[in-house]
Design a protein around this ligand. Structure first.
Ligand SMILES: Cc1cc2nc3c(=O)[nH]c(=O)nc-3n(C[C@H](O)[C@H](O)[C@H](O)COP(=O)(O)OP(=O)(O)OC[C@H]3O[C@@H](n4cnc5c(N)ncnc54)[C@H](O)[C@@H]3O)c2cc1C
Ligand code: FES
Length: 370
């Protein structure tokens, strides 16, 4: 009898606690409508509070750059918040420089909208659009890299600088319960306004790349948003020292084709170092060797770090950092700019080598595929 009474007592307490939590949640987390004032009343939005600034702006079709889809791991979603919204979160600190903190820069994905807020964003963000694009072709470039070409909806077009990226949205699938967003650099020529192309490497267990490699089908519609990013060729006469690995090829395909189209390809010396493990990880070789043969100013230097026995290979062997170091010391002199794309590890190592070879860190531009 005593046991039964105790159970009823505990169940009663649990029910009351649940009710208190439910009511508190409704009261505390019901922020009602809040006003977002963008760029000193250039645009004012009345929205429901409670969600992140990033997702709320996205719902209003104002797309802030975001490479990680709001996970707080890319630092791309910076906005200047000019009104008081409380202290910076520890999750934001690693991505904000002292200068950015001084002007109240915040990560939009980490800021929860609780009160009216005033923000300042670059005007060009108003032009970013979301497209429902259709898969036009899928080509397997290596065992783990795919080229995906998308046709934009009729009547729309896209304007971007070669080197920029779009955000892919893949729908919920298998155990993934919600839509997932990731950044992919466009490999297409910006002159083509109707199609966009991407080069996507499969990351084992990766949410978006698994979808792209295993489930994405011809003619399927997929949401992309963009263009974003400031990785693009600077208009100078410095030698371009470009380095990529894996799908880091994507922005360079776009950049070289764009420069060819605009007849600026021969205006300056370009070195393109591409690192891979074995010949199985190499692709677009014919196109790049053709450019190398045809244009005196363009030097293609592919390197294998782990060539397999018996592999047919006439190029460089070794880590791409060591190969580049050799060329920087002997052949690439004068004013130089660095352009890097690929995994964070490779990029950091390349940056060290470039700096050791007296390249100005301010003139090393990169997109870390993290
Ligand atoms: C500006 C920008 C441009 C990019 N452009 C391209 C591009 O053109 N092509 C392309 O293939 N990728 C590109 N990326 C990377 C891309 O955005 C994703 O991070 C990547 O495809 C993994 O996504 P996922 O959802 O499959 O993996 P997730 O589900 O995010 O990751 C699964 C696991 O793998 C790890 N992981 C994530 N990425 C890698 C990696 N690259 N190598 C090893 N482990 C990893 C994660 O830490 C996690 O533990 C770009 C990234 C940025 C920031
Ligand atoms: S979207 Fe990546 S840190 Fe905010």
């Amino acid at each position: 009898m005593e046991v039964i009474l105790t159970s009823v007592y505990i169940a009663g307490i649990s029910a009351i606690l649940s009710m208190i939590i439910y009511v508190t949640d409704k009261i505390v987390n019901n922020y009602g409508d809040v006003l977002i004032d963008i760029n000193n009343q250039t645009k004012e939005l009345t929205v429901k509070g409670g969600a992140s600034l990033l997702s709320t702006l996205g719902e209003q079709r104002i797309f802030i750059p975001s490479a990680c889809g709001g996970k707080g791991t890319c630092g791309a979603c910076k906005v200047v918040v000019t009104s008081d919204i409380g202290p910076v979160m520890p999750t934001e600190l690693p991505y904000l420089s002292p200068e950015e903190l001084k002007i109240s820069t915040r990560l939009a994905c980490q800021v929860k909208l609780k009160t009216n807020v005033e923000i300042a964003i670059p005007d060009e963000l108003f032009n970013i659009q979301q497209y429902s694009a259709k898969v036009k072709s899928i080509e397997q470039l290596t065992y783990d890299i795919r080229e995906v070409r998308l046709a934009l909806p009729e009547g729309t077009d896209i304007t971007y600088k070669s080197g920029q990226y779009c955000q892919f949205e893949v729908p919920p699938y298998r155990k993934v319960k919600e839509s997932t967003f990731r950044a992919y650099s466009m490999s297409s020529n910006p002159q083509d306004k109707e199609n966009v192309e991407f080069i996507i490497r499969l990351v084992p267990e990766g949410v978006v790349t698994t979808y792209v490699h295993e489930l994405l089908e011809m003619n399927q519609e997929i949401n992309i948003t963009g263009p974003f990013g400031d990785f693009h060729v600077r208009d100078t006469d410095a030698v371009m020292v470009c380095v990529a690995g894996g799908s880091g090829m994507a922005p360079f395909k776009s950049i070289f084709n764009d420069m060819l189209n605009q007849s600026t390809f021969t205006d300056r010396e370009i070195w393109y170092f591409f690192g891979a493990l074995t010949t199985k990880d190499m692709y677009y070789l014919d196109w790049l060797w053709d450019l190398d043969k045809k244009y005196e100013n363009f030097h293609f230097v592919p390197a294998l770090s782990k060539p397999q026995e018996g592999e047919q290979w006439n190029g460089e062997v070794g880590l791409i950092t060591d190969v580049m170091d050799k060329y920087l010391k002997k052949e690439i002199t004068g004013k130089r700019e660095g352009y890097l794309c690929g995994s964070p590890g490779m990029l950091d190592a390349c940056m060290d080598v470039m700096k050791k070879n007296d390249m100005d860190p301010e003139k090393i531009y990169f997109d870390k595929f993290a």
